[in-house]
Design a protein around this ligand. Structure first.
Ligand code: NAD
Length: 355
């Protein structure tokens, strides 16, 4: 009997369908050589859902996602939807989906491929060997805190975290560290913010359950600087919603192309796996998008489902294809032996993954 997984596919807008199709191609290739199979069900979210249902997150999509083993998602949004009221905007759909899945932990690995060190804006000696992961709290903090209001002459938001919210995200970070180099850097602004003082206390408390993991605290301003100065010092960066939003984008630039960064959003029964980039409307439909971030997200999905061997096949295939010198257009200037299309890149990774 093979392990069968029900995967909700949310392709979304722009390059979303192109890159998710390639990830599915790779998953199907894996299924042909490992003892696993996939049942895919497609759901609409984002602009394409607004077009059909006048709603960026139809109820059917939430139910379908919740009844799956995992959700593989492309990207949403586009200029056509920019002037819609906020409840109809594609991003609102994604925020609501994360809430519905109780996906309170966003995990973003930033790993540099040796072949692509030149793609980073930082010097090779600074980034060679970078392998860090940002664990960002995703469903709380200032993005959701009440009260919030904009009046004519004044506006405010509330940065709020409960002890329980901090505990659960800290546990995710320490669990990640146990599988890695056993170091957590908790990032806050405890010299100024009360909410950060509680954050520190709670993180210290959780750290006691993980005696093997070393914990350091860092102020967010220093963390931003250290990420650029010496990113190799980090293993797991644990932080809240707004600091994580900013730091994970900075960490992504350390690696070079935005098309190489996967993510997972976990915490509830069903995890959501997606590239960190958006729907790239400027290149949509041209067959030039880099599908690697989405394929790496599929690998993270398999790992979380317990299919470690299958995930390793994908990761090794990506490395091999890059080593062979195949590059999509975004990386054409970095030691490319051959520049390939989105579809060709997907096929190459699928082929190498079955070797
Ligand atoms: P973007 O990430 O879509 O694109 C930024 C730049 O990176 C563009 O030049 C694009 O061509 C390039 N790029 C992105 N992904 C690429 C890939 N896989 N391969 C090659 N090049 C790639 O960000 P943006 O332009 O600021 O936003 C476009 C739309 O995406 C907006 O509507 C925004 O709201 C939305 N967005 C969605 C998500 C999401 O779905 N999670 C995230 C960010 C932005």
């Amino acid at each position: 009997m093979s392990n069968k997984y029900k995967i909700a596919l949310i392709k979304g807008d722009g390059i979303g369908p192109e890159i998710v199709n390639e990830a599915v191609k790779v998953l199907d290739a894996i299924a042909s050589v490992e003892n696993i199979s996939f049942e895919y069900n497609e759901y609409l979210m984002g602009g394409c859902a607004v077009d059909v249902f006048d709603n960026p997150l139809p109820a059917d999509t939430i139910t379908g996602a919740l009844n799956s083993d995992a959700v593989l998602f492309g990207a949403i949004g586009g200029p056509k939807y920019d002037s819609l009221p906020s409840e109809k905007r594609p991003e609102t759909g994604l925020l609501k989906l994360r809430k519905s899945l109780n996906a309170f932990a966003n995990i973003r690995p930033a790993v540099i491929f040796d072949e692509l060190t030149a793609a980073s804006t930082l010097k090779e000696e600074v980034i060679k060997g970078v392998n860090l992961v940002v664990v960002r709290e995703l469903t709380g903090g200032i993005y959701f805190g009440e009260p919030r209001e904009k009046k004519e002459d004044v506006a405010y938001n509330t940065m709020i975290y409960t002890k329980d919210e901090i505990k659960r995200i800290a546990k995710v970070a320490f669990d990640q560290a146990m599988k890695r180099d056993k170091k957590v850097t908790s990032v806050d602004k405890a010299n100024v913010l009360e909410v950060s003082k509680l954050w520190r206390e709670v993180v210290e408390e959780i750290a006691k359950d993980y005696p093997e993991v070393s914990l350091e605290h860092m102020y967010v301003d220093n963390a931003a600087m250290q990420l650029i100065r010496n990113p190799k010092q980090f293993d797991v960066i644990l932080t809240g919603n707004i600091f994580g939003d900013i730091l994970s984008d900075a960490a992504s630039m350390v690696v070079g192309s935005i098309g190489l960064l996967p993510s997972s959003s976990i915490g509830g029964k069903v995890g959501l796996y997606e590239p960190i980039h958006g729907s790239a409307p400027d290149i949509a439909g041209q067959g030039i998008a880099n599908p690697i971030a989405t394929i790496m997200s599929a690998s993270m999905m398999l790992r979380d489902l317990g299919e470690v061997k299958a995930a390793n096949r994908i990761d090794d295939a990506i490395k091999a294809v890059l080593k062979e010198g195949y590059r999509t257009h975004d990386l054409a200037n970095f030691d490319a032996k051959e520049v390939v299309s989105t579809e060709e890149m997907g096929s190459l990774i699928a082929e190498y993954a079955t070797k």
